[in-house]
Design a binder for this molecule. Sequence first.
Ligand SMILES: Nc1nc2c([nH]c(=O)n2[C@H]2C[C@H](O)[C@@H](COP(=O)(O)OP(=O)(O)OP(=O)(O)O)O2)c(=O)[nH]1
Length: 147
Amino acid sequence: MSAPPTRFRTQVVGAALLDDAAAPTALLAAQRAYPEALRGLWEFPGGKQEPGEGPEQALVRECAEELGTAVELLEELAGPHPQGWPLTGTAAMRVWTAVAAAGAPVAGADHLAVRWLPLDDADAVLALPWIPADLPVVRALLARLAG
Ligand SMILES: Nc1nc2c([nH]c(=O)n2[C@H]2C[C@H](O)[C@@H](COP(=O)(O)OP(=O)(O)OP(=O)(O)O)O2)c(=O)[nH]1
């Protein structure tokens, strides 16, 4: 008998915000302000999908709230699970590449800073203190953009 598929209770969505859709040269990373355990670590802007919301709708809303920018989603960076990339035993994150359609992204109350990371230096991108669960996502993104 096979085990039932895992269902993650918390669906998180994240944006891999790029400076350009056709020829990206930089990725936006955001430095978390809270909770204390994650403060100072870098992440993809985004947040939890709320009841009644679709994932893409949630991501556009989160980017508007957190970065003050309207984003256009490009394509999903599919993870190993239908719910995306496992973060913990109970949370998984679906990730889309995106570009800012209006307004330059800025750090609001959720973030200490936002930073554009040049994509031509993959080692420097990976050297940032990301939330550890994000590292497989960052690696897959760099591979996708390089390929
Ligand atoms: N946004 C985001 N969250 C991440 C990433 N990696 C990761 O482990 N997480 C975790 C941190 C949080 O426990 C959870 C997302 O929660 P959040 O605090 O960003 O979501 P939210 O804005 O909806 O939060 P709130 O209203 O509950 O404060 O997922 C990431 O790259 N981006």
